[in-house]
Design a binder for this molecule. Structure first.
Ligand SMILES: NC(=O)c1ccc[n+]([C@@H]2O[C@H](COP(=O)([O-])OP(=O)(O)OC[C@H]3O[C@@H](n4cnc5c(N)ncnc54)[C@H](OP(=O)(O)O)[C@@H]3O)[C@@H](O)[C@H]2O)c1
Length: 276
């Protein structure tokens, strides 16, 4: 299986380092540590998700770890992503702390959460976390095309993913093209616009015609663009609904109509307004 290709079941793809990543993940940003987060992860695993996206900054790694252990699903069947908080100084030491909180021996993917302090300073520590076996794959998040280039210029082991805000409304074609050119898989975060895009009339029109929900249409758009997609919900029925996206197709016309919703002008930036 070559890098970039989708696996036979259509649910995973192969990263540039050879590791396989499930295309659909549960995101747990803004899900409080404790019962709410444990429930969300448990429901997701029961609904067939095999990929959970957390971060040091989310404060809920302990609940994610507990839910994974309690599920009885073998560790090797679940893909766990966490993110280095770039307000801290040592990605390797912070990776060890994440592993303790998660209660696992390694994560599947460890990414720099955002390029605070510049795009390159943390990469050496990320590579060390990989060398030590704390993370099977390493990557970046919220990096523009120019920042991706800067990391490649210093990397012995280049990043294999860039996790960015991406949806039909944030269709960052320039950034996607640069990532694809370099063999960096793009992960679409906030695929529902943190809920904002669910009320859009065009999305609702397509959803209604197909007998699907707006969330399913938006998630499906990301999948058909070849992306890894990370919807978040803390409600069981929505978590289940968001996973029912492998049994229908958006037509070329519907994809084009959704593409037309872009408000970024096809940018190669990761964000219009950085928060750091
Ligand atoms: N790397 C980064 O800097 C970064 C930044 C932002 C996000 N992320 C990742 O991306 C994930 C997703 O992004 P996001 O949290 O911004 O939000 P999102 O997935 O775009 O949208 C989540 C919102 O939509 C609602 N929702 C979900 N499914 C729904 C459905 N089927 N019907 C109706 N409403 C639904 C959720 O409500 P309920 O929860 O109440 O159901 C929540 O309010 C995050 O959790 C995180 O893992 C990463």
């Amino acid at each position: 299986m070559t890098s970039g290709s989708v696996t036979a079941d259509g649910r995973s793809r192969v990263l540039a380092d050879g590791n396989e990543i499930p295309l659909l993940a549960l995101g747990v940003w803004q899900v409080p540590d404790g019962r709410e987060c444990e429930d969300a992860v448990r429901w997701a695993l029961e609904a067939g998700y095999r990929h959970v996206d957390t971060a040091q900054a989310y404060g809920n790694e302990p609940s994610v770890g507990r839910a994974l252990r309690d599920s009885g699903v073998p560790r090797e069947d679940i893909f766990i992503t966490t993110k280095f908080h770039p307000g801290r100084s040592d990605p390797e030491a912070e990776a060890q702390r994440s592993l303790q909180r998660l209660g696992v021996e390694s994560v599947d993917l460890y990414i720099i959460h955002w390029p605070q302090g510049g795009p390159t300073w943390a990469w050496d520590g990320m590579q060390r976390a990989h060398e030590r076996g704390y993370a099977r794959s390493i990557g970046i998040s919220n990096f523009s095309a120019a920042e991706v280039e800067s990391v490649f210029a210093v990397a012995d082991m280049p990043p294999v993913v860039n996790q960015v805000q991406f949806s039909p409304f944030e269709f960052r074609r320039g950034l996607l093209a640069e990532c694809e050119r370099r063999g960096v898989a793009l992960e679409a975060y906030s695929p529902l616009g943190t809920g904002r895009h669910l009320d859009d009339r065009e999305v609702a029109r397509i959803a209604e015609r197909l007998g699907r929900t707006p969330a399913q249409v938006l998630i499906r758009w990301s999948l058909q663009r070849g992306l890894i997609v990370l919807p978040k919900s803390a409600h069981r029925e929505r978590i289940e609904q968001n996973a029912q996206v492998f049994d229908f197709q958006l037509s070329d016309e519907d994809m084009a109509a959704l593409d037309g919703l872009d408000q970024t002008g096809g940018t190669d930036s990761a964000l219009e307004r950085p928060w750091w």
